[in-house]
Design a protein around this ligand. Structure first.
Ligand SMILES: [Zn+2]
Length: 168
């Protein structure tokens, strides 16, 4: 068990202790959930049970469990009927008071139901990188042909003005 104190108002502490979103995966150090504001079908989060802000704060045991967790969650994403998942999410009690716009949008995507062709694996490690909740949550984002007009460069595009590395 973790010896770090949980933060009372930390949403991902509530998740990792089983008081919020249902787990789709769990191991010794991590839990996995489907994001309820999906930006693409299958958008999932991998969250350490221990309250740590940064991936660089993981201990050795957690580092080992991290790769198991992202592989495990990937497997769940690919084994899940995502159309069914989002349809059911609309009626779930735990989502009663949350906005559902993303779920409704994802349900209309033409590639919903396809097997992911690629993944963006991401972690906003710090406020300046866009982190809004200071408890590590690694994003496992399935990618599909045509989900954006031009995916080239991927994560580079978080800084759009310097993202382009194609020769002119
Ligand atoms: Zn926390």
């Amino acid at each position: 068990m973790s010896d770090a104190p949980s933060e009372q108002n930390c949403y991902f502490c509530r998740v990792s202790s089983g008081q919020a979103d249902p787990f789709i995966y769990e191991n010794r150090s991590f839990v996995g959930i489907f994001d309820t504001n999906p930006v693409n079908p299958g958008h999932a989060l991998v969250i350490p049970r221990r309250h740590v802000a940064s991936i660089f704060d993981l201990n050795e045991e957690e580092e080992l469990d991290y790769f198991d967790a992202i592989r495990g969650v990937k497997g769940v994403i690919e084994a899940t009927d995502l159309a069914d998942l989002y349809q059911n999410m609309l009626d779930r009690d735990y989502l009663k008071n949350r906005p559902k716009d993303h779920i409704v949008t994802v349900l209309r995507l033409p590639f919903l139901g396809d097997k992911p062709e690629a993944y963006t694996v991401g972690n906003n490690d710090g406020r300046e990188a866009g982190r809004s909740i200071d408890h590590l949550h690694v994003i496992l984002l399935p990618r599909y042909q045509g989900d954006v007009e031009n995916p080239r460069g991927g994560i580079r595009n978080v800084i759009p003005s310097r993202a382009n590395y194609q020769r002119r």
